[in-house]
Design a binder for this molecule. Structure first.
Ligand SMILES: NC(=O)c1ccc[n+]([C@@H]2O[C@H](COP(=O)([O-])OP(=O)(O)OC[C@H]3O[C@@H](n4cnc5c(N)ncnc54)[C@H](OP(=O)(O)O)[C@@H]3O)[C@@H](O)[C@H]2O)c1
Length: 288
């Protein structure tokens, strides 16, 4: 039986390549994006790879669009085996300098967007007693970083939710959860996160000026993002490998840089399996 996947945020970057590589693995892929006029990059990449992906309009900020997308997929394919929560947005700025609307936007995409998609797919996955939900977090979902407090807060919230769901969804409903933790990725994301709002804040004089200067100086001193960061396709290949051959781990750091960054926080339990076993035994009386 051909497995069916839904991927969010496929207009560019990791989502685009995840959709294409899942299709290369023989899966039926519904590649979603909020603005279908941006579909050319995806359809060109799919064409170049010799695969087909089916386009779906899905803005993770709109519950009715999420539900309509999932019910359309079920009507067309009759099943949904894999959800990849990839859509995300960054906004690098001191929290005090952000508007409440901007702060809510970061949480709405990175946290509530994932909540909406998971709630939409759970009924069918629970009924099938089978499913895999993969959510793209970040090393910023584990380790707080300067001027990134709002994004890290949203990704921490995402990780807390997934970690909690994973304690009982797999043992009771056979639905597996995986958290993906990349470090830097060469995609539109960084340009967007460090766009107009960041540039204006970084060039302003004021109490935060030394923080922005220290931050931008450190970026320059660290060396080229081009050499340190992964490509979107490299991250996508790791995501797809974790879907095709799922292991027991809860967390996958996608690179040596990501592993090193997270190491101190995770040193006792790098992939989350040990703590998950302890929580399942201690709170649910399961064998592990
Ligand atoms: N790039 C990095 O350095 C980095 C590092 C760690 C983790 N991540 C995470 O990796 C994931 C993928 O990011 P990327 O690097 O591939 O960046 P990207 O190229 O900017 O892709 C982000 C995708 O999310 C989509 N998106 C944004 N808001 C959306 C919404 N409301 N509904 C549906 N889709 C929406 C974007 O669509 P539009 O084109 O319509 O905006 C785009 O397709 C994100 O979750 C991000 O947090 C990125």
């Amino acid at each position: 039986m051909q497995r069916v996947a839904l991927v969010t945020g496929c207009s560019s970057g990791v989502g685009l390549y995840t959709a294409v590589h899942l299709a290369k693995q023989g899966m039926r892929v519904f590649a979603s994006m909020r603005d279908l006029t941006k579909a050319a990059a995806l359809t060109n990449a799919a064409h170049a790879a010799g695969v087909n992906v089916e386009l779906v309009r899905l803005d993770v900020q709109h519950e009715e669009q999420v539900e309509a997308a999932v019910s359309d997929i079920l009507a067309l394919a009759g099943r949904l085996d894999v959800l990849v929560n990839n859509a995300g947005v960054g906004m690098l700025r001191a929290m005090e300098e952000m508007s409440e609307a901007e702060i809510k936007q970061v949480f709405d995409v990175n946290y509530f967007g994932v909540v909406r998609c998971i709630r939409a797919v759970l009924p069918t996955m629970r009924a099938a007693k089978s499913g895999h939900i993969v959510s793209v977090s970040s090393v910023g979902g584990l380790v707080g970083q300067p001027l990134n407090e709002v994004y890290c807060g949203a990704k921490f919230a995402l990780e807390g939710m997934i970690e909690s769901l994973a304690t009982y969804m797999e043992p009771f409903f056979n639905i597996k959860f995986t958290i993906i933790e990349p470090a830097g990725i060469k995609s539109e994301f960084v340009n967007n996160a460090m766009g107009g709002g960041f540039k204006a804040a970084a060039s302003a004089t004021g109490d935060y000026a030394p923080v922005y200067k220290a931050y931008t100086d450190a970026i320059a001193a660290r060396g080229s993002f081009e050499t340190l960061a992964q490509t979107s396709e490299q991250v996508a290949e790791i995501i797809v490998a974790g879907i095709v051959n799922p292991g027991p781990e809860l967390r996958i750091q996608t690179s040596a840089v990501a592993k090193a960054f997270a190491a101190e926080k995770l040193s006792g339990d790098p992939d989350g399996t040990s703590l998950q076993r302890k929580v399942r035994i201690g709170t649910l009386g399961l064998k592990g």
